[in-house]
Design a protein around this ligand. Structure first.
Ligand code: AHR
Length: 483
């Protein structure tokens, strides 16, 4: 309590919304004429749910899609917009949600914007025109064109990604070549109004440390944030990733173990960044993370259900980001609605909040909080030859003045008795919430939307010695507020 650490940047609770599957069309956007209640075409139920968890930043339009996106396709009268093939994810892109719609959506939700610029099939000029169109506050042609299209005031752009996965779908480049390209684009990446633009370099695929080395060596001085992408697969095999719902305890522990790899990835990329940026000016932005399972036949692209296992992955990943708060200053879970580890699933007029959403809700007290050091002494949870730590803990002093502690018990069978000592703090009052479910693969379906939902927790008692005794149920995430 008396040795506070780094501030946990709100932006690590960021999200990613790509033009693919039913992520944006149907998931967010239904159009003004829909019978589904909407605000300027965006689903009201979804907007309200996102507002409730205070999404700090949204990345758009991709992903792989960003490197084939031409912003002019998405402005002007909607019935005249270009229809293009979506080469990355299949189907056709009708561009109903373009710049105006996305920027308005971010304003509705109250989130900052993270635009991903097209390096793969675009040009520095296309990118700089886009920035001028969005942020121009004078009388330039592009600012006037924006006004003619219905938006008087410039919008604000907080982050600009320059290329996406440029080692793969974004152009299949080599690191040193990307670094040179980045320098060129970054030179012309200028906004005309609003906050200083933070430029995000397309970073490594998981453990590609050579990419980080090359990009840092070539372009560190022009980078404000460096992205890393890492997806959690139960099997580690991209051809057979495994099912989102039909899984056993072997897959449960394998998934948690795979998620824990984030700690090593962040540590090792940070160590390379430290060489070029010892003052930690450059943020590490894990701008794509989450679980990735096999899509079921008949489902839209990258649609997957979300179970208690996903809630566990979310909690322990956010714990890792908290532990690296000095360097990890933005992250974007993939993705917001109906795609990969989504917050929300929709089916026509219906919506469910996923177990992952509930973790983002429980953990929102950590946004902007000051992390506190934790020392954990616990055994392991082992199953079928795999083992992971038996307890995960994160703690921080919130902007509300309270101390918040999150405890995760990954063991599906055994409850834990945990003693929480808080040196330097006299706890007068403790309250809590718990997220668990009857089975490791319990989901929230449209028929049973509240099967996994946080409830009040009364299993924490303050002892005479000031030590907190917590009865942590099996396979549970508990958050405690201490005052
Ligand atoms: O999030 C889905 C895809 O995963 C993104 O488009 C791409 O950047 C990554 O490979």
């Amino acid at each position: 309590m008396d040795r506070p650490g780094a501030v946990i940047h709100r932006e690590i609770y960021g999200q990613f919304a790509e033009q693919l599957g039913r992520g944006i069309d149907e998931g967010l956007w239904v159009g003004e004429n829909s019978s589904i209640p909407n605000v300027h075409g965006f689903r009201k139920d979804v907007v309200d749910a996102l507002k409730a968890i205070h999404v700090p930043v949204i990345r758009w339009p991709g992903g792989c899609f960003a490197d084939e996106y031409h912003w002019r396709d998405g402005i002007g009268p909607r019935d005249k917009r270009a229809v293009r093939p979506n080469h990355s994810w299949g189907g056709e892109e009708h561009n109903a949600v373009g710049t105006h719609e996305f920027m308005d959506f971010a304003e509705l939700v109250g989130a900052q914007t993270y635009l991903a610029a097209n390096m793969g099939t675009g040009s520095p000029r296309e990118m700089s025109d886009w920035l001028e169109y969005v942020t121009g506050d004078g009388q330039t042609d592009l600012a006037r064109e924006r006004r003619a299209n219905g938006r008087d005031k410039p919008w604000q752009i907080a982050y600009l990604g320059i290329g996406n996965e440029s080692w793969g779908c974004g152009g299949n480049m080599r690191g040193a070549y990307y670094a040179d390209q980045y320098r060129q684009y970054a030179t012309f990446a200028r906004t005309m109004s609003g906050p200083a633009l933070r430029k995000v370099a397309s970073g490594a695929n998981a453990d590609d440390y050579a990419w980080t080395e090359a990009v840092m060596a070539g372009a560190a001085s022009q980078i404000d944030a460096y992205g890393v992408h890492y997806y959690t697969l139960p099997t580690g095999d991209w051809k057979h990733k495994g099912s989102a719902v039909a899984f056993d305890e072997n897959a449960w522990i394998a998934t948690l173990k795979a998620a824990l790899r984030m700690d090593e990835l962040v540590s090792r990329h940070s160590a390379i960044m430290d060489k070029y940026d010892p003052a930690k000016r450059i943020a590490l932005a894990v701008d794509e993370w989450g679980t990735w399972y096999d899509t079921e036949p008949g489902d839209s692209a990258l649609y997957q259900q979300n179970s208690l296992r996903d809630a566990m992955v979310a909690a322990i990943t956010l714990d890792i980001f908290h532990a690296h708060a000095e360097r990890v200053r933005m992250a974007n879970i993939a993705q917001m609605v109906n795609v990969l580890q989504a917050m929300i699933l929709t089916s026509k007029g219906r919506m469910v909040l996923t177990p992952t959403y509930h973790v983002f809700d429980l953990y929102q007290v950590f946004q902007g909080a000051t992390s506190l050091p934790v020392e954990v002494r616990a055994g392991e949870y082992a199953h079928g030859g795999a083992r992971v730590p038996g307890l995960f803990v994160t703690a921080a002093r919130g902007t509300d003045g309270a101390v918040h502690v999150a405890l995760v018990n990954p063991d599906p069978e055994h409850a834990l008795r945990v003693a929480v000592a808080l040196p330097g703090m006299k706890v007068g009052k403790v309250s809590g919430r718990v997220l668990t479910a009857p089975a490791i693969n319990t989901i929230n379906s449209f028929e049973r939307p509240d099967a996994v939902k946080p409830v009040g927790f009364d299993g924490a008692k303050i002892g005479g010695d000031g030590v907190l005794a917590v009865s942590l149920p099996a396979k549970a995430i508990v958050t405690l507020e201490l005052r």
